[in-house]
Design a protein around this ligand. Structure first.
Ligand code: ADP
Length: 227
């Protein structure tokens, strides 16, 4: 199973990919996490990209492509994988095409105003990367009802999974967010068309909470891959 999950910052790519990984026993490969690991390990690459990541801009294609290529070679990716946060540019998508054959691209769609509210309410575990969300949304936009309950930890500020501290990422501020959306619109959105042309793209409107959306996503994957 070789999947890509596509969508703007805050759409829930990380949350859903984690569940897809567990259900199908595939590797969850997160571009942002690979980059942040380089930064926290203070590798040469990490030092070069810290400024860029902190400002919500994209790191150079060659850097992320190399990290992803190495990650895809690890044992756990043999059984399949879901790519989350990669590709983010046409260049990266073309590089990926040269490495492997993607079977399905899932596009998560969420209106921008909901995204912004969700992202500012996001909390990430400093230790294991688990993601929580304290926003509670129940609203109609363009005739569609969005009912997105919070995904809170049992104890405020503490990770349920590992007890680590929950923090707001340094790129999760309104100003940086603007920049990340602009980057998404300019560089990543063209991928929708890129994968549409290859007939690999399937769009999912994120209108409900995690459990309901997961059912829809699993159903889609199993239908599309003939499982
Ligand atoms: P989000 O999905 O919420 O935007 P990520 O954790 O995926 O957050 O990414 C965080 C940051 O890492 C991005 O803002 C960008 O600076 C960098 N990054 C992540 N993925 C890529 C990529 N494929 N290409 C270039 N830069 C990336």
């Amino acid at each position: 199973m070789k999947l890509v999950i596509l969508g703007p910052p805050g759409a829930g790519k990380g949350t859903y990919s984690g569940e897809i990984k567990n259900r199908y026993n595939i590797a969850h490969i997160e571009a942002g996490r690979l980059l942040r690991q380089e930064i926290s390990n203070q590798t040469e690459t990490g030092k070069n990209i810290k400024e860029i990541v902190d400002h919500g801009k994209l790191v150079p294609d060659n850097i992320i492509i190399e990290l992803i290529e190495n990650r895809l070679r690890q044992d756990d990716a043999e059984n399949g994988f879901i790519l989350d946060g990669f590709p983010r540019t046409i260049n990266q998508a073309q590089a990926l095409d040269n490495i492997t054959d993607i079977e399905l691209v899932i596009e998560l769609f969420v209106p921008r105003e909901i995204l912004i509210e969700k992202i500012l309410a996001r909390r990430t575990c400093k230790q294991c990367g688990a993601i929580y969300n304290i926003a509670d949304i129940d609203r109609e936009i363009d005739g569609v009802h969005y009912e997105l309950p919070p995904l809170s930890p049992e104890k405020e500020g503490v990770c349920d999974k590992c007890g680590g501290e929950l923090i707001r990422r340094s790129d999760e501020t309104p100003e940086i967010l603007e920049q990340r959306f602009a980057t998404y619109d300019e560089q990543t959105k063209p991928l929708v068309e890129y994968y549409e042309k290859k007939s690999l793209l399937r769009k999912i409107h994120v209108t409900h909470g995690k459990e309901i959306m997961l059912e829809k996503i699993f159903e889609l994957i199993e239908k599309e891959l003939g499982m």
